[in-house]
Ligand binder design. Structure first.
Ligand SMILES: Cc1ncc(COP(=O)(O)O)c(C=O)c1O
Length: 459
């Protein structure tokens, strides 16, 4: 076929020397970045500084791909902290495998629509294999299934919407307001979901250990009765990596009627390791679970696996109905859009699928186990050092500690200096009103020496 010269209206879409060059530029950059072994941590810049360096980038006639990419490489990207850096230890980091990151490009290049079986059956098949593998790891029945959504926040919201829908169908609306019971250490996204749904949260104190138990949950169920449509257990809290006593909470199902949701956004991946697997006993009784591959399953942003024990409950709650969608919704085919609060979706489970299919599950088990071991080792080091105090023994891969006598301001100044010197990204935190800091360890390239070097800066 002879190539027609590009018309003014298709110059952005047609394959021309200009678009070829543009694609080469972008792929060259991506290749360099993915294979780079020394991308600095980088740091944020104030807006006035970015305005000075980057100026006005959007204009009527464009600035050209070369200039736009150069701006990204030299000005914009260095103003973004490198979240997959081995010394990024704040919040919950990300550490995508090379395979997963590279395949993210393939997902975009292939223009796959991941919302329906009709349009994306191949992608949905692969995503569903990953979901089935995860469900089996968690001990859920072979009929369990779900969808990859954008993140844990949307995963929790979608699961809780399905939970309320199921309760409403089963017993109608309560006399008062609907209630979610969870730990006071549950992630903020549970309260966010409650606000969106206009329901109440009853936060139960888990006590000193931080582990929510069935005994602590029972009084809330007795007090709020049928108004409770869901109990959320956390499978790895964000601040400490603490796993609730899921089995004792699940046991309450014999006396009360509620949907058990396990928020394992960060921690549920810990089940892959024999070192942590037992901590999650009871998860096999959950009605829904989430785990974020962009956290401890080494996939790029943004992906949360939401799995329902009975996927029909998710489908009943979430399928959108419209005349133009009838062709999709009047079939029995598995359309991922039907299982969460979304419609159009990127096949965001594919980068994880590609890496898991390529490397196999054992490599994942090893990587998760390595994080747990490293957390244990650095916790011992902290306990050994004078002037340091471990706030709690790590259960998974988060290590929280205090430096004797340090105020909130001391932690802030120290943290800012670490980033300024490009040594590490470790932010201040607190527990029960006492300032502290934490290492959230999940990058397999993080070493004991990295961590000891950071501790030395606190001496
Ligand atoms: C336990 C837990 N749940 C939910 C979330 C929210 O996930 P996302 O940031 O992907 O929305 C997080 C995030 O760190 C988390 O740690």
């Amino acid at each position: 076929m002879t190539q027609q010269p590009a018309q003014p209206h298709d110059r952005m879409h047609a394959v021309t020397p200009e678009t070829r060059e543009l694609v080469d530029l972008v792929l060259d950059y991506s290749r360099r970045r993915i294979l780079s072994e020394d991308t600095p941590l980088d740091k944020p810049l104030p807006e006035y500084e970015l305005r000075r360096l980057a100026g006005q980038t959007v204009s009527e006639n464009g600035i050209g791909a070369e200039r736009a990419l150069a701006l990204f490489e030299h000005v914009l990207a260095p103003a973004c902290i490198t979240t997959d850096h081995p010394s990024y230890l704040s919040f919950i980091p990300t550490a995508p495998t090379k395979a997963a990151t590279a395949f993210d490009l393939v997902v975009s290049a292939s223009a796959v629509y991941g919302g329906s079986w009709l349009e994306g059956s191949g992608a949905v098949y692969a995503e569903n294999q990953v979901l089935a593998w995860l469900a089996a790891e968690f001990g859920l029945p072979a009929t369990a299934g779900g969808v990859f959504v954008q993140g844990g926040t949307l995963g929790n919201l979608s699961a809780l919407v399905a939970a309320r829908d199921a309760a409403r169908t089963e017993r109608g609306n309560p006399a008062g307001r609907w209630v979610i019971v969870c730990s006071s250490e549950a992630h903020s996204s549970v309260s966010s979901a409650a606000r969106v749904m206009d329901v109440d949260v009853v936060a139960v104190s888990p006590g000193e250990s931080g582990v929510l138990t069935g005994d602590a949950v029972r009084p809330a169920l007795e007090e709020y009765g049928d108004a409770v449509f869901a109990v959320v257990a956390t499978g790895g809290s964000t601040n400490f990596g603490i796993v609730d006593d899921i089995a004792s909470i699940a046991a309450l199902k014999s006396d009360f009627s509620f949907w058990l949701h396990v928020d394992g956004a960060y921690g549920l991946a810990g089940m892959l390791s024999p070192l942590a697997r037992d901590r999650f006993a009871g998860v096999e009784q959950a009605d829904s679970v989430i785990v974020d591959p962009h956290k401890w399953l080494f996939a790029p942003f943004d992906a949360c696996a939401l799995i329902y024990r009975d996927p029909e409950a998710g489908r009943r709650a979430h399928t959108q109905h419209a005349e133009y969608l009838d062709t999709l919704t009047e079939t029995t085919e598995w359309s991922p859009s039907d299982y969460a609060a979304h419609l159009t979706r990127r096949a965001r489970g594919l980068p994880f699928w590609f890496s898991l299919a390529s490397h196999g599950a054992a490599a994942y088990r090893d990587a998760v186990t390595a994080s747990i071991r490293l957390a244990e080792r650095v916790a011992e080091e902290i306990e050994r050092r004078d002037g340091f105090r471990l706030v709690r023994q790590p259960q998974l891969s988060v290590v929280v500690f205090e430096r004797d006598g340090w105020t909130k301001e001391d932690y802030s100044l120290w943290s800012a200096r670490l980033l300024e010197e490009q040594r590490a990204f470790v932010t201040p935190s607190s527990h029960a009103g006492r300032p502290n800091t934490r290492f959230a360890i999940l990058n397999p390239l993080t070493t004991f020496e990295n961590l000891v070097g950071i501790l030395d800066t606190m001496e």
